[in-house]
Design a protein around this ligand. Sequence first.
Ligand code: NDP
Ligand code: OXD
Length: 309
Amino acid sequence: MSLVIRVGPARADWWLAHMRALLPEIECRPWDDPGDLDAVRYAVVWKPPAGGLKRFPNLELIVSIGAGIDHILADPERPADVPIVRTTSGELTQRMREYVLLHVLRLHRDLPAIEAAQKSAEWRQVVTPPAPGRTVGVMGLGNLGADAARALAAVGFAVRGWSRSPKSVAGVETFAGEAGLDAFLAGTDILVCLLPLTDATRGILDARLFAKLPEGASIINAARGEHLVEADLIAALDAGHIRYATLDVFHEEPLPPGHPFWRHPRVYVTPHVASLIDPVAGGEIIAANIRRFIAGEPIPDLVDLSKGY
Ligand code: NDP
Ligand code: OXD
């Protein structure tokens, strides 16, 4: 019985060593050297290449090294009957909370204008309203979105959230479904996207959506690059309708050096670091979930594939 791990090269050795220490009873092998294909029961993966998972005829469980599972569903040859478990944790939520607070506050206090003024030694006192005068709208009220919304409300922002089904989050005005989207957007000054990538959300951050935001609104996308129609954002920024964009995720990662986002004066790029899962905390959760699976116990992070997230 064996397990294969596929993760980006930067931390592959760290992950492998850690999983071997956490699951000594299972042979843990790298994706590119899986050994006996028939023996592979568990695949722990980030962005598996198309056709890669079907190499393992006796695969029983796919584990996403991350909260999103879009990178697994993107494989059209994935064995569709094998269950998928995603990886969530308090640490992942904590890191995303920090990212959202950092970047909402940066935009709220108009730090980009102050940073730009510093380049020409300009003493520019930008006056912004206090937090209750600013409405932050969070798209997605799941593990990450609901937590970020609560943290923003605790700072004093007027916070609203949007989800697929109706949700109740303390201190947050909530909206749901297609029917609630326009009203949600109409009052949002800073929009934070924390949606999963599905057929219903792909390309949701487009010209039509931007037009429904108030003039001068800003956006933060920490979910997936494919939520955003990049050309529509550049047009909305250049027209002045969208003031700033903070982007952590992109259609192509790493973002190619020639991409216009790198040099756009009102785009702030971070390299998919909003909430990176690390082998220490993430590995323990993954190992615990694999043990639950083997023991036939319920796994809270088992994905409902009918929902697609
Ligand atoms: P969850 O599955 O816990 O929550 C998803 C939320 O989105 C739910 O509130 C859900 O509604 C809502 N939603 C889903 N589809 C729609 C829709 N069509 N319309 C409106 N709302 C919808 O996800 P997480 O909070 O754990 O993670 C969200 C995403 O964040 C991940 O899928 C991943 O893409 C991204 N991510 C990015 C990271 C980074 O470092 N940049 C790190 C980790 C995650 P409902 O409540 O009704 O189900
Ligand atoms: C995730 C991510 O989905 O890191 O966890 O993007």
